[in-house]
Design a protein around this ligand. Structure first.
Ligand code: BMA
Length: 858
């Protein structure tokens, strides 16, 4: 069902065969159609990047420059390059040109011939070009039609405007194109409707046959053996049958695990071949927190007449992953079972890392996965308003044991469902399912983000005529209940598919909590308190979130001091949620004393977001197995902006990312006060039960004085993979109300909880406050800070005589990493923090600024 054209998964092949691959990334030029002016260009790239490079566009992220760059989307752009082909190369049996990504309406010409009219950014194209090539210089020329002008006639003949409200153009054209939705604007996104050759271009010369697809399918997995089927699609390009030997090898860390070979006759054209392999005593791929994500190196080779004519390889993880979605007494479950064990999913929703995708370097991908792993996450959701990510993304997910929830790229609006559109979607589904299905990290497919919810609850019934609305419903079924599941079934039958997230309905409807996954926007849009997360419990929270401003050094990257006001023009250009500032303030007033200074407001906002979301993450973990996962909105940013993210555009962790790391620790102590009772939960995501644990609970006042009896619970046992309440006490039994009124103690004391294993080693610790931060009688304090600095590293030793709450260590280096930050510096406790950054130099004192909550009262 998928034409060969679209389905070549060559992108992930690392070949040792005797083909020759030219990367066509040099000598490119671009021109605005109508100007005849050609300038140098970068490929892979976008027209925006090239214009910026030539100073024809200002930095789009700075100030209000977003407005100044909008003209680019209305223009057509041409790209061209010349490359040399030798007579020798032309003697090879075949040549294929591969575009891994063209954004979007691209007419491709080679030596005067039209090769391709591309119309889908999400599809890679491989085209046989031998007949078009000539010895010596060859000319490649691509004409990119404006994605705006290209779709205006569709808009005009459509008869209504789609409700794609994140699209910041009055005419919602985004829905007509298979192009990253977020690039048209989003409630955290700059509008940059790009054009360009956004992924690699290669030309491959080879003989006899090529592997157009290699799927390593896991048939069964036990501790004794893994049975696999190597499913190959081989294209014999000769006009006669050829004898070939197909060799399949698998190894683990260089040690051979299996090798089979088979002699076959390849008929001209496409041959489908299945070769079984068995791996004895398989080492399983384990998610982060559960062990090592073991990866076997698989390769398939075609050997004819003693030559390896084609080779493809994949890294394969042996594991079972299923999404258990079954009716039960509470409604319908929704959880991942990995290698037979229910896994509590901990993670976040991922959006593209840049408004200009080709700017994302390998280094940035690596750093992002380091961030994910260090925060004890085991799942990331690739949300449907961005792109099907680069191979590098999934490779890193495989290597780091991070399961991927993969949306198809549809979000927050109905889409067309005419035959042309459906055909494009079919091609894109085929291409991406085949590209991604070998990844052990790929855990599930999801049809779209929030479109079912939108159709039911976002008021379209009133906004549109019954005919249009019925058409939207029918279109939904065609796309998400028919086409996409059929493609998943055909090409990736073992993976779970759900047609939408959330599964059923929205946060306004409590009856939906018990069924499938939920997006809880009761906190934020619904203005419910963070504490509502304790009781508004879903089976799986796939989205909930809260905004913050990025820290000052990120604001300083796009604004100058005169813009440092919440509602300045520049700050507003970087706050895309119309109610965002109001909601941040409303929530801050509930829990904090709202500071007057802008810098302090930014800081307290970061603390607020981190504490609030942590409250939810803990509630979700505490309520397992009813609730079996929590993914907050959102992991990262695509430009410097006010948003729901836990990591800003420059890679700086906000308080939220540190709080997520704490709340997601494999072993975690979670104290919670409800109705004047303190309950202490122990949360474990460990695969082994623990015995003889000791929990110590110590009460101290903010000046460091003992404030009550230390409670010690010895000999605790904690089953594997569980949440358990181990201690419960009325608050007035904890303190000595005879000496002080309880209310006073609650405002000036905290509890330090420490969990030790049988050898006395601390395995978890946390600090608990009994009142909202604004009620606490926080002391003034002087923190001493000693610094030791070498190249790349600065070690701070901090000491404070009294509590410094939510201490934030700021340094002016983008992307600097902190061993810890946004923590409570406890009275009299020495704390060492290590800051790393290539920009730290021995002998150049690093300017460090410390902020804590009490300071913002002055
Ligand atoms: C969610 C997401 C995004 C959006 C976020 C905040 O539902 O799916 O569409 O950015 O809400 O509004």
């Amino acid at each position: 069902a998928c034409g060969l054209f679209y389905c070549c998964s060559m992108a992930c092949a690392q070949s040792n065969d005797n083909s020759e691959v030219l990367t066509l990334h040099s000598g490119w030029e671009f021109s605005q159609v109508g100007t005849e002016l050609w300038r140098t260009a970068e490929v892979p790239g976008t027209v925006h990047q090239d214009l910026i490079q030539h100073n024809l566009l200002p930095n789009p992220f700075y100030g209000t420059n977003e407005q100044k760059i909008q003209w680019v989307e209305n223009e057509d752009w041409e790209y061209r390059t010349a490359f040399t082909v030798t007579a020798e190369q032309l003697k090879r049996d075949d040549a294929r040109l591969t575009f891994e990504g063209l954004d979007t309406y691209a007419d491709v010409y080679l030596n005067g011939a039209l090769l391709l009219k591309a119309d889908n950014m999400f599809v890679g194209y491989t085209i046989p070009v031998k007949e078009y090539l000539r010895p010596g210089e060859n000319l490649l020329h691509i004409y990119f039609h404006s994605p705006i002008r290209q779709t205006l006639p569709q808009y005009a003949s459509n008869g209504f405007n789609y409700p794609a409200d994140n699209d910041h153009h009055e005419k919602h054209l985004s829905v007509f194109s298979r192009k990253a939705p977020y690039s048209y604007g989003w409630d955290w996104g700059i509008r940059m409707v790009t054009s360009g050759v956004w992924r690699p271009v290669t030309l491959r010369f080879y003989d006899a046959a090529s592997i157009s697809d290699y799927h390593v399918k896991q048939l069964s997995l036990t501790d004794r053996a893994a049975q696999l089927s190597n499913e190959l699609e081989i294209n014999n390009i000769l006009s006669r049958p050829i004898q070939a030997e197909i060799k399949i090898q698998a190894s683990l860390e260089g040690k051979q695990a299996s090798a089979v070979s088979r002699t076959v006759t390849l008929q001209p054209g496409v041959n489908r071949i299945e070769i079984p392999t068995e791996i004895l005593s398989p080492v399983r791929w384990m998610p982060n927190g559960w062990g090592t994500p073991a990866l076997y190196d698989f390769s398939a080779q075609i050997v004819t007449e003693g030559n390896i004519v084609a080779e493809q390889s994949h890294r394969i993880g042996l594991r079972t992953v299923c999404l258990v979605n079954e009716k039960d007494a509470d409604g319908e479950s929704f959880y991942f079972e990995v290698n037979g064990v229910p896994m509590f999913a901990k993670g976040a929703n991922y959006i593209p890392q840049d408004a200009l995708l080709p700017n994302v370097t390998a280094e940035r991908y690596r750093t992002l996965f380091r961030d994910i792993k260090e925060a004890n996450m085991n799942v990331v959701r690739v949300w449907g308003g961005g792109v099907y990510e680069d191979d590098r993304f999934y490779d890193l997910a495989d290597e780091n044991g991070i399961l991927v929830w993969q949306d198809f790229m549809f979000a927050c609006t109905p889409y067309p469902s005419d035959p042309t559109f459906l055909k494009r979607v079919e091609q894109e589904a085929c291409y991406n399912i085949r590209r991604l299905r070998n990844h052990p990290s790929l855990a599930m497919w999801c049809g779209n983000n929030e479109i079912l919810e939108a159709l039911k609850y976002w008021g379209y019934q009133k906004k549109y005529t019954p005919e249009i609305y019925q058409g939207m419903l029918a279109g939904y079924d065609k796309l998400f209940r028919e086409l996409l599941p059929a493609k998943v079934k055909e090409l990736d039958a073992d993976r779970f598919y759900v047609h939408s997230s959330p599964y059923l309905a929205n946060w306004g409807r409590p009856e939906s909590w018990g069924i499938g996954d939920s997006h809880n926007w009761g906190v934020w849009y619904g203005q419910k308190p963070f504490e509502s997360l304790d009781t508004d419990l879903p089976r799986f929270m796939s989205e909930f979130g809260f905004q913050s401003f990025p820290e000052m050094k990120t604001i300083a990257a796009f604004a100058s001091p005169e813009d440092y006001q919440i509602e300045s023009e520049v700050m507003n250009a970087h706050q895309k949620s119309s109610i965002g500032n109001h909601l941040i303030r409303t929530y801050m007033e509930r829990d904090y004393i709202v500071p007057e200074k802008f810098e302090d407001f930014v800081y307290v906002g970061l603390v607020l977001q981190g504490q609030g979301i942590r409250h939810g993450l803990e509630a979700h973990r505490r309520n397992r197995p009813y609730c079996m996962g929590t993914l907050y909105w959102q992991l990262n940013d695509s430009w410097p902006v006010v948003s729901w993210s836990g990591i800003d555009y420059y890679g700086n962790w906000k308080a939220l990312h540190y709080q997520a790391k704490r709340a997601f620790a494999p072993l975690h102590i979670n104290p919670i006060c409800q109705n004047d009772t303190l309950c202490v939960y122990l949360l474990s995501d460990c695969l082994d039960a623990m015995e003889k644990l000791t929990l110590e609970m110590k009460l101290t006042n903010f000046a460091g004085k003992k404030a009550g009896k230390t409670v010690v619970l010895p000999s605790l046992s904690l089953p594997a993979n569980t949440s358990q309440c181990v201690y419960r006490t009325p608050l007035n039994a904890l303190f000595s109300p005879a000496k002080h009124p309880l209310a006073d103690d609650l405002r000036r004391c905290f509890m330090q909880l420490t969990l030790k294993d049988k050898s006395g080693r601390t395995v978890a610790e946390t600090v608990h406050f009994f009142e909202k931060t604004k009620e606490l009688l926080l002391p003034e304090t002087n923190i001493t800070c000693k610094m030791k600095q070498t190249d790349g590293r600065c070690e701070l030793t901090l000491l404070s005589p009294a509590l410094a709450k939510d201490l934030f260590i700021e340094v002016p280096l983008q992307g600097a990493r902190f061993s810890d930050n946004f923590f409570d510096l406890l009275p009299g406790e020495r704390k060492t923090v290590v800051i790393t950054s290539p920009q730290i130099k021995k002998g150049e004192a690093l300017p460090v600024r410390l902020r804590h909550i009490r300071q913002t009262y002055n």
